[in-house]
Design a protein around this ligand. Sequence first.
Ligand code: ATP
Ligand code: FE2
Length: 331
Amino acid sequence: MLILGIESTAHTLGIGIVEKDSGMQILANARDVYKPKHGWGIHPSEAAEHHRTVAKEVLEKALSESDVSFDNIDAIAYSAGPGLPPCLKAGLEFAQQLSNKCSKLLLPVNHCIGHIEIGKLLSGARDPVTLYVSGGNTQVIAYAAKHYRVFGETQDISIGNAIDTFIRETDGSYPGGPVMENLAKQGKNYIELPYVVKGMDLSFSGIMTSALQRFKKGAALDDLCFSFQETCYAMLTEVTERALAHTGKEEVLLTGGVAASQRLNEMLGMMCNERGAKFYGCPKEFSGDNGAMIAVAGMLAFASDQKGIKAEEADFKQRWRTNEADVAWLN
Ligand code: ATP
Ligand code: FE2
């Protein structure tokens, strides 16, 4: 069985191909990442335009990487949400074009579940509490009672967005994650910032504003980066630990673009060690947004007898909640 997966929810137009005979194998993971013409961040209609422009080229790349002929693909999975509507629409329309051209059915995939399933596949985690941290998302997710459920999440901006905004306003560069990580290594003094965990939920916008105010009053940037990381990553570790305790699970999986952070890996690793839980990461190529993760989740659905839907029935959902998605392969 061969499934092609299309990712288009935000910056990345990614196309992956996976094969399943006995086990599951990733044959291709091609992508092209949008960069804004001016400034930084994401302009949704510009990103959608980017996705439309590069889609065919990325498809060719994926097909040649995998050495698979398009005719042998069994179904086409696409990222149906959550995400930015213009970007989702570009991915959906490309999937529909392909489907119409060769009468393959479409498999709508929840983006967050794509992250989890490829993380499980590559790490060997079986039933983890997943911490999914990126530029657009911050969620603690675990499987319970027939669905992936969100046990904790940000009430405002994502951790990646908080880091990116702080670094853009202080250092002028983007993306902020790697820059903050390097500066933080030189920071020595802990500057107190608001620590905001409310029940299982988190908030990062107050920390970001407070750190910016401290910077304007003359605090050293390396100290602020150090303190920013220590505060935010401790909050994420606390909520992840609470989800472990609450669900009784024994594994943690870290994924999303912010999973590249050494310090976050370290803190979660220590917490897991102390609790006797196992900590799993996801290789960088597959922890940021990519097409292979959509193909993997699509394959799981396809192999569990969801044969897909016709192009004209396919749609996207801007706010598709993780717990609303059907995960037949787990039930
Ligand atoms: P999504 O659609 O899942 O929200 P995205 O478009 O934000 O994804 P990703 O590649 O998943 O894209 O994540 C990008 C984020 O990862 C940025 O906010 C970036 O600063 C952050 N990041 C990258 N490297 C590091 C690092 N070493 N430490 C912390 N954050 C990092
Ligand atoms: Fe993502």
